[in-house]
Design a binder for this molecule. Structure first.
Ligand code: NI
Ligand code: MN
Length: 226
């Protein structure tokens, strides 16, 4: 699967010939200033929760591409009111089928609110089962035993996990999470965007390696094949 990193927790994966984008936050991210919103391809946009650093550019990208936006019931209501044409709800515990495969909403241990402080539903993660492989994007979350349920549904080829600590899991807990979900390949996100979540990248890669895992940290704008 081809994965492109757009900074913070924004990335896209191509599966079943579709560009699936996650948590777009480009225009507010100083580190992603070389990424042009207009260049980002999206057939689908999955949104993990309502915090601004996960959805700031959803409406703009969906408006230009016509992408289908998928998130919790509250995000579904919000984006419908924002005029997004194609929106579908998917709450933790639920499954939905798309042309590229099946997606399950899963629990995340995190808060979720809109910029004005109003309720944005619960935070969630997503597990994808596609013809090109299976993967898990946890969204912002703490390490949680709920993750051990994921490999009961599908064997994963990779997981995309936050590693920046303070606001989400850090490296130590992300290693444990990879073991819970039974994958050896992890793409790290949600780090370095602000001083609070700065990490030592070589040390993080080394720490994963010591545990028999591979941590991928593609540069912003870089695509890798896993
Ligand atoms: Ni968050
Ligand atoms: Mn966040």
């Amino acid at each position: 699967m081809k994965i492109t990193y757009y900074g913070h927790s924004c990335f896209s994966i191509v599966a079943g010939g579709k560009h699936i984008l996650f948590d777009p936050f480009i225009t507010g991210n100083e580190l992603a200033k070389n990424i042009k919103l207009e260049d980002i391809k999206a057939d689908y946009i999955f949104v993990s929760h309502g915090h601004f650093d996960h959805m700031q550019d959803v409406v703009a990208i969906a408006g230009r591409t016509g992408a289908m936006v998928v998130g919790s019931w509250e995000l579904y209501s919000y984006f419908s009111k924002q005029g997004v044409q194609q929106v579908q709800p998917l709450n933790p515990g639920g499954k939905a089928s798309f042309d590229f495969g099946t997606v399950k909403g899963v629990a995340a241990q995190h808060s979720s609110s809109f910029q004005d402080g109003s309720y944005a539903g619960v935070a969630s993660g997503f597990v994808f089962k596609t013809g090109d492989g299976s993967f898990y994007y946890s969204g912002d979350t703490a390490l949680t035993l709920d993750m051990t349920l994921i490999p009961k549904w599908t064997a994963l080829d990779l997981a995309v996990l936050p590693i920046g600590d303070r606001l989400t899991m850090g490296v130590e807990d992300a290693i444990e999470a990879a073991q819970f979900v039974k994958t050896s390949k992890v793409v790290g996100v949600h780090y370095d965007t602000w001083g609070l979540i700065q990490i030592d990248k070589p040390a993080a890669i080394q720490e994963f390696k010591k545990n028999g895992l591979t941590l991928y940290l593609p540069g912003i704008g870089e695509s890798i094949d896993i």
